[in-house]
Ligand binder design. Sequence first.
Ligand code: RP5
Length: 172
Amino acid sequence: MINQTPVVGIVMGSDSDLPVMKEAALMLKQFNVPFELTVVSAHRTPERMMEYAKSAKERGLKVIIAGAGGAAHLPGMIAAVTILPVIGVPIKSSNSIDGWDSVLSILQMPAGVPVATVALNGAKNAGILAAQIIATNDSTVSSSLQNYKAELETAVIHKVSSLKEVWNNQFD
Ligand code: RP5
């Protein structure tokens, strides 16, 4: 997979975001979606950010996942430059007050420039959502996602059975 052309780009404002953002990478790996991952900072490397966003579509990317913390401008600025769907991951980082700063910086985009914002530190869902976008045109990824959903259901049903051994439940 490592040599396949990436269809998802994962970018983050700093390598200090990696412990959160690697959750997106792990999900894409699980669904066999080829991806690339790097640091692109809106504030510290603005020209690199512009170049990344401008070249993303022609390089074959279909979706961009962008994570940042504090004054988290990276996802919105990338979305300003490309027509690819951008998934924003707000990160509670060293320069966050409480995480709301990251959430609101990414969430409150002006009309016309959407960023699909996941929960604070919600990189896992960002990876799944990116795979779901890819799955609209890829039956293998689509089957992997169907299996994943089925596993989620099975895990809950196991928990229901375990609880029933201890707690009364007349529902089923
Ligand atoms: C943001 O500043 C980054 O996305 C990161 O969340 C935060 C802190 O960056 P470092 O000072 O750790 O490099 O731009």
